[in-house]
Write a protein that binds this ligand. Structure first.
Ligand code: NDP
Length: 333
């Protein structure tokens, strides 16, 4: 592959949003490494997806210790591509990692202890070949470890220079309130919450977004395309070979019920009527709320990334479009 030189006009078209009340801005679209960056995936394809994103002004790449498969592989893939293509641009990038899910055998490789978080962060840095990440997250709440211990570990990770900012993921509204309070007292404010959110999954509207808005914490929305359901991938009711649903691990063909399919088709008709695609509608719909800082999507090809990036140039949703989406989502088919 040719030597990479990022497009000179890469910052002209992307839009950036302030992350809560922090000094940090994130691109409205971010790229996640949960799928498609494992050891069996084509590294050239990974590289093209990353180049496509960065060339269009995407500054944020999101990883975690367990992304692969196997766990750790996505960070290794990322580290190799960083070295080949992105080192000259390191200061233009926001790179995140996380710990919170099972990573290694025994009692210290999972959940939220200080022992796990700090060791895991060191392992992630090694795999990626980096001195620090920009954001380090606790990946999911731990019902057994005192929240003070987990937050103190995040504070330590920041103070020791392993990360510039701390974040949390998958915490409920109440857990978030408490975590934000502890981090504030420790002097390392919580930068961001990473939460699932899409037209098909609106749990953050029931309290979490209010907490984030009131406390000045940003929100980055994962699985914004419902893992591909909110795109043209399954619109004809068929599960294409190689798609996430065909792999049946995180998305099952059974989830594509007739009722859901009808809704997706109606949403698609609405999108097309307004000159969008379903994926572009789903992205812009999330950005209708200023508290959502960035849409954290995945892509299995540069072409998917390109389509998703077109949403940045699209007009914001009109009130009529927002209402039409509500009507489609609410209706019992
Ligand atoms: P999405 O909802 O964006 O789903 C991505 C998938 O949708 C792609 O892999 C592709 O599937 C399909 N797709 C994307 N764009 C298009 C398009 N234009 N046309 C057709 N199909 C398309 O997000 P993910 O579920 O992948 O999550 C995104 C990121 O969020 C993750 O990588 C990770 O960083 C983060 N995340 C965080 C979690 C947490 O607990 N904090 C949990 C889950 C994710 P296909 O493979 O079928 O082509």
């Amino acid at each position: 592959m040719t030597v990479y030189s990022a497009k000179e006009d890469r910052y002209e078209n992307m839009k950036y949003r302030r992350c809560g009340k922090s000094g940090l801005q994130l691109s409205e679209i971010s790229l996640g490494f949960w799928h498609n960056f494992g050891s069996a995936d084509s590294e050239d394809n990974c590289r093209q997806i990353m180049r496509t994103a960065f060339d269009a002004g995407v500054t944020h790449f999101d990883l975690a210790n367990n992304y692969g498969p196997p766990p750790g592989a996505a960070e290794e893939t990322f580290g190799r591509i960083l070295k080949k293509d992105f080192l000259p641009y390191r200061d233009e990038l926001i790179i995140s990692s996380k710990a919170g899910y099972g990573m290694w055998e025994g009692p210290y490789g999972d959940w939220g202890s200080r022992k796990y978080l700090i060791s895991s962060c060191d392992q992630s840095l090694k795999r990626m070949g980096m001195d620090y990440v920009d954001i380090f997250y606790h990946h999911r709440p731990d019902p057994l470890t005192p929240l003070e211990e987990t937050m103190t570990a995040l504070d330590h990770i920041v103070r020791s220079g392993r990360a510039l900012y701390a974040g949390i993921s998958n915490y409920s509204a109440e857990q978030t309130e408490e975590a934000v309070k502890i981090l504030k007292e420790l002097g390392t404010p919580c930068l961001i919450h990473q939460a699932s959110y899409s037209m098909l999954n609106r749990w953050t509207e029931d309290g979490l977004l209010s907490v984030l808005g009131e406390t000045g914490v940003g929100c980055i929305c994962f699985s914004p395309l419902a893992q591909g359901l909110l795109t043209n991938r399954y619109l004809d009711g068929h599960v294409p070979e190689g798609s996430r649903a065909a792999k049946k691990v995180f998305l099952n063909p059974e989830q594509l019920t007739d009722e859901l399919l009808k809704k997706l088709q109606k949403l698609n008709t609405l999108a097309v009527k307004n000159g969008r695609t379903l994926a572009r509608l789903a992205i812009k719909w999330i950005l209708r709320d200023e508290r959502n800082t960035s849409v954290l999507l995945g892509a299995s090809s540069p072409e998917q990334m390109k389509e998703n990036l077109m949403s940045v140039q699209d007009e914001p949703l009109s009130n009529e479009e927002i209402q039409a989406v509500e009507d489609i989502l609410k209706k019992q088919q």
